[in-house]
Design a binder for this molecule. Structure first.
Ligand code: FES
Length: 107
């Protein structure tokens, strides 16, 4: 069986986030969150993998995203959750800044 290729989807212009740190977007029918951290942009699923809180109401600092409901932190390198929690990692998606805008690869 052929391996399915990730979909590459244009999110908008390169400056889509403006001066925001967190921006909810929909791509490929999925509700996602763009996160700006230390000059890079990461995309994550918008619903917390614990109990589904809206992570766009959270906070980002120091390479981590904090859930607003129970205050777990997610590492923006690999999605892993802070110590003391036992649910799955946050799903992350690569974001590409190109001359024609901001793109995401959905797997
Ligand atoms: S809903 Fe996010 S940590 Fe519980």
């Amino acid at each position: 069986m052929a391996e399915r290729q990730p979909a590459r989807i244009r999110l908008g212009p390169a400056d889509l986030l403006g001066d925001r740190t967190l921006l909810p977007v929909v791509a490929g029918g999925q509700h996602l969150l763009l996160v700006r951290d230390a000059g890079r942009i990461v995309a994550a699923e918008r619903a917390c993998p614990h109990e589904g809180a809206d992570l766009s109401l959270g906070h980002c600092a120091g390479g981590r995203l904090r859930c607003p409901r129970h205050l777990a932190w997610f590492d923006l390198e690999d999605g892993s959750v802070s110590p003391g929690w036992s649910f799955r990692a946050l799903r992350l998606f690569p974001v590409e800044l190109a001359s024609d805008g901001l793109w995401i690869r959905l797997t």
